[in-house]
Design a protein around this ligand. Structure first.
Ligand code: ZN
Ligand code: ZN
Length: 357
């Protein structure tokens, strides 16, 4: 199969022939239909997160089941599926408490020798490696896609939609009427915004540096926007809400914006960090804030319970209560992947998708 291979930090991805193994017990081979161009992959390409190389990145995708291994009962060949990028064991303490995204055994469940490049075994990224024509995945990562949901839409449910909406509904569980600020109005931030709208937030303040992103934020439900290129964002949010918001979400992945996020929260409020802060960076917070019962938490993958959450997200899309078509501003082929990432770096798109034949 053709796949986009990363050979090293800050090197363009190259389209090469990669061999993919047959599915074994509990595994599924999926023919990729659509794969999202997510910012998280860029962290690995740019080296702010470490990865072994060579590797095939990609973790936001949907496809059609080609073959199933022994014992697979939840999907069959021909089924359209979203692929979740967490692999869970379903029996550890976190799994049985409904937190499969925090599965204690996820590392052990990785497949490290099932893709081959020039005869050499290669690890999978996120147990899927979605920038490829086929993906070998765990059956429990596959969620069937209902009729009326296009594959490019299903792909986005696999990361940006789940991560953004889930941060609000699952991780933070905001009460109706909450005031909310969202830093970063990209693929994930726009989904935090529409998640906050769905959850009945009274005020949704979007913060970004780019005018086109602030306009998109309004389309997705922001009631107010703050242009951080010309305003002190923390002050401005405190001003709009007379002292700060109940919940602030960081959807960029920088220590500085996580600190700003915490600064936007009022007494008793909570900051939620959704973005991937570089592994070498630390977040500094004023200690006195804890006397005001201010809190800060992380949110990973919208605290997904994929087989429960992804179906309702797709149902809300079907009923036009969740905007997903509008997130997709560009479509590319696999061999245009470097252009797609250049475009993402320029801030040109909400989300772009690679489409496969
Ligand atoms: Zn992603
Ligand atoms: Zn587990």
């Amino acid at each position: 199969m053709k796949a986009a291979v990363m050979h090293g930090v800050n090197q363009p991805l190259t389209i090469e022939d990669v061999e993919v193994d047959e599915p074994r017990q509990g595994e599924v081979l999926v023919k990729t239909s659509a794969s999202g161009v997510c910012h998280s992959d860029l962290h690995f390409m740019e080296g702010s997160y470490p990865t072994q190389t060579p590797i095939v990145l990609g973790h936001e995708s949907a496809g059609v089941v080609e073959k199933v291994g022994e014992g697979v009962v939840n999907v069959k060949p021909g089924d359209r599926v979203v692929i979740a990028f967490v692999t869970s064991c379903s029996h550890c303490a976190n799994c049985v408490q409904g937190k499969p995204h925090l599965c204690d055994n996820t590392g052990r469940l990785g497949r490290n020798d099932r893709l081959k490049l020039n005869g050499q075994p290669m690890a999978q990224f996120a147990n899927m490696s979605a920038f490829a024509e086929y993906q070998l995945v765990s059956a429990n990562a596959c969620v069937p896609v209902p009729d009326g949901v296009p594959m490019e839409v299903a792909a986005l449910v696999g990361c940006s939609v789940m991560t953004g909406v889930g941060a609000v509904s699952n991780t933070a569980k905001i009460p109706v009427g909450s005031t909310v600020a969202v830093i970063g109005a990209g693929g994930v931030g726009l989904n935090v915004i529409q998640g906050a709208k769905l959850a009945g937030a009274s005020r949704i303040i979007a913060v970004d540096l780019l005018e086109n992103k602030l306009a998109a934020a309004r389309d997705f439900g922001a009631t107010d926007v703050v242009d951080a290129s010309s305003d002190d964002a923390v002050k401005k949010v405190q001003e709009i809400t007379s002292g700060g918001v109940d919940y602030a979400f960081e959807a960029i992945g920088l220590a500085k914006t996580a600190e700003q996020c915490f600064g936007m929260v009022k007494r008793g409020g909570k900051a939620v960090v959704v973005g991937m802060i570089p592994v070498t960076d630390s977040v500094n917070l004023p200690g006195v804030s804890f006397l005001q019962e201010k809190g800060i938490i992380g949110s990973f993958y919208g605290s997904t319970r994929q087989t429960y959450d992804m179906p309702w997200l797709m149902e809300l899309y079907r009923q036009k209560r969740l905007k997903i078509d509008e997130l997709i501003t560009k479509r590319w082929k696999l061999d245009q992947i470097n252009e797609a990432y250049d475009s993402l770096k320029q801030g040109e798109v909400n989300r772009s998708v690679l489409l496969f034949d």
